[in-house]
Write a protein that binds this ligand. Structure first.
Ligand code: GLY
Length: 420
């Protein structure tokens, strides 16, 4: 199988690595990719969110199918363009990608499907101060203020500070997007990725992201600073409950609306007193959770993703997983998640446990930082503590001026501090 992957982050590096281990995969291409992916795939300087350019590249390479990593190309209709050219693709069409692209659409689907989620109200750009105050009165504290557009995980502010909530509303309106205010959902967060092919839903291992930049969940939200899987604290029937109460009803509702889902549905949940409630959906694999989840997948990834693209997921045998745990820690650039500094030299990035995100090479062939989240280190082990030790041991051998990472990924779970 010849496969073209679209994207350039550590999630796509993890996808390439998984695909390269599938004996049915003969050739891998990536657009645009990053320097760390060169040993695995041929890089093509094509813009990921340009439907005609991606389709032309797939045709020129004669690939058997295309795997789209990030949400922006999906929301821009890259999967639609590929399907229109009779090229198999892993990833939903534009209509179905609205489950992530428009939070208001996602709320509407959940209401119709009877899925538990936070109550939300929309505030449109141009709203008067009095209207904003009235909505702030009806919510919070704590206030959950979301940019109702794509914001790479950084558009959400969760704060007990009313003025900070109001400022985020004004900032999002300034960018031209509507704002959603939501009730705060109690409970530890779960990321469950499901392969979805119409009404067929196959869950992967449950994972947990760490979104705040600093240890102890302090500081601003980021795209994700680390993750682990599976979740030792999740009730035994937890995954099945999420599938039955959330993912299957949503998949059925999408079919009913005529925008059947094909690809990866990411349910971001809080596990509260009544069980799972949806915080958000994404229309693609999560980053950084994918780097941990795929480290434990034994089922050949190429054949699996191709079955979703072909509409034959239902015929696939049950997924096979390694025993134990996987964990990933993100090394971020100086000043991330604000404006990250780029161009810092990185040493140790060639390690097999590293997945590259924002890296490039300088004229001397050194890896340098080229984005906010620079790389991930993945560790696996029979226990979560072993997986942590493995990842942090490799990370301690990597140097990058100004680089920072969280030292507490999965620590509350290891210490038994998460209860549901
Ligand atoms: N883990 C957060 C995201 O992928 O959006």
């Amino acid at each position: 199988m010849r496969i073209l992957v679209i994207g350039s982050g550590a999630r796509e590096h993890a996808l390439l690595l998984g695909l390269s281990q599938d004996p049915a995969v003969t050739e891998l291409h990536i657009a645009p990719g990053n320097a760390g992916m060169e040993p695995l795939a041929k890089l093509h300087a094509v813009k990921a969110d340009d439907p005609s350019a991606v389709t032309a590249l797939a045709q020129e390479l004669g690939v058997d199918f295309v795997v789209i990593g990030p949400e922006i190309p999906l929301v821009a209709g890259v999967a639609d363009a590929l399907r229109a050219a009779n090229i198999a693709v892993f990833g939903p069409n534009k209509d179905a990608a609205r489950i992530e692209g428009s939070k208001a659409f996602a709320k509407d689907v959940m209401a119709a499907a009877g899925v538990r989620t936070a109550h939300a109200e929309s505030i449109l750009p141009g709203a008067e101060a009095a209207e904003i105050d009235a909505v702030l009165d009806r919510f919070g504290p704590v206030w959950v203020v979301k940019d109702d557009g794509l914001a790479a995980g950084k558009g959400v502010v969760v704060t007990p500070d009313r003025e900070a909530a109001r400022q985020h509303i004004l900032d999002v309106h300034e960018s031209g997007n509507p704002v959603l205010l939501e009730t705060f959902l109690e409970g530890p967060e779960v990321s469950l990725f499901c392969l979805v092919d119409g009404e067929t839903v196959v869950p992967l291992l449950p994972a947990q992201d760490h979104k705040r930049v600093h240890d102890n969940d302090e500081g601003p939200n980021t795209g994700g600073m680390g993750a682990y899987c599976p979740l030792p604290w999740l009730p035994e029937n937890g995954v099945q409950r999420i599938v039955d109460e959330v993912c299957v009803p949503v998949a059925q509702e999408m079919v009913r609306r005529g925008c059947s889902y094909s690809g990866l549905l990411y349910a971001g949940l809080a596990w509260g007193p009544e069980g799972p409630a949806v915080v958000e959906f994404n229309c693609r694999f999560g980053d950084p959770e994918t780097q941990a989840v795929l480290a434990l997948l034994k089922t050949p990834l190429g054949v699996l993703l191709r079955s979703v693209a072909d509409g034959t997921l239902q015929e696939q045998p049950p997924l096979l997983w390694e025993d134990g745990y996987a964990l990933t820690v993100v090394l971020a650039a100086h000043n991330y998640p604000d404006t990250p500094r780029t161009g810092d030299i990185i040493t140790g990035a060639e390690h097999a446990q590293v997945r590259h995100a924002g890296t490039a090479k300088n004229a001397n062939g050194d890896y340098i930082s080229a984005g906010g989240r620079v790389l991930n280190v993945v560790g696996t082990g029979p226990t979560l503590a072993d997986a942590r030790d493995s990842a942090y041991a490799v990370l301690s051998g990597i140097t990058m001026d100004g680089g920072h990472y969280r030292s507490d990924i999965a620590l509350p779970a290891v210490d038994g501090r998460i209860t549901v």
